[in-house]
Design a protein around this ligand. Structure first.
Ligand SMILES: Cc1cc2nc3c(=O)[nH]c(=O)nc-3n(C[C@H](O)[C@H](O)[C@H](O)COP(=O)(O)O)c2cc1C
Length: 149
């Protein structure tokens, strides 16, 4: 169901994760910590989700949308989500977070070097040092894929 190109697009881009209350009030948020783990499952790392988590408690139907402007690819994935707070998948989420935070730190360092505004520089330095811990991992079992391009 998920081919190699879709996996690459999910890893390289900011995605938008949609959930809903039981009576149909939608909620959509940007997510960057996204990793396909096989041909039908996508793992998201929850570090800051609130309403999303509350929605998942009452309604497991979700959608994830992503666009890659370089590759000119865009997809919507629909499926069912499960919240995992322990075990092997949470360990995987920790590894993904660590790796992405290193990349983010390097990117921020390069940006700090060329920043002249001391206020912005300070903000960026704080961002580079910020520690994040996964609260949970959300595993989406993909049931439908829609190319949007
Ligand atoms: C570019 C970008 C990427 C983000 N990636 C994540 C992520 O991977 N995991 C996460 O928990 N929060 C992430 N966030 C933060 C959430 O989108 C944000 O805290 C959101 O308001 C949570 O909303 P909710 O209360 O509706 O769940 C990201 C924010 C931005 C701007």
């Amino acid at each position: 169901m998920l081919d190699e190109e879709m996996k690459e697009v999910l890893r390289r881009n900011i995605c938008y994760f949609a959930t809903s209350t039981n009576d149909g009030k939608p909620n959509v948020i940007p997510v960057g910590l996204v990793e396909p783990i096989d041909n039908s499952r996508i793992l998201l790392v929850d570090v800051k989700m609130n309403k999303t988590r509350r929605n998942l408690e009452e309604n497991d139907a979700v959608a994830l949308a992503v666009t890659d402007f370089e590759k000119l690819r865009a997809y919507q994935f629909k499926g069912k989500a499960k919240v995992v707070t322990e075990g092997e998948l949470l360990e995987k989420a920790k590894q993904i977070l660590e790796k992405r935070m290193e990349i983010r730190k390097e990117r921020l360092k390069r940006r700090i070097e060329i920043e002249d505004n001391p206020e912005i520089k300070k903000k960026l330095e704080e961002m580079a040092e910020r520690k994040m811990r996964p609260k949970a991992t959300i595993v989406i079992k993909v049931e439908e894929v829609y190319p949007c391009m």
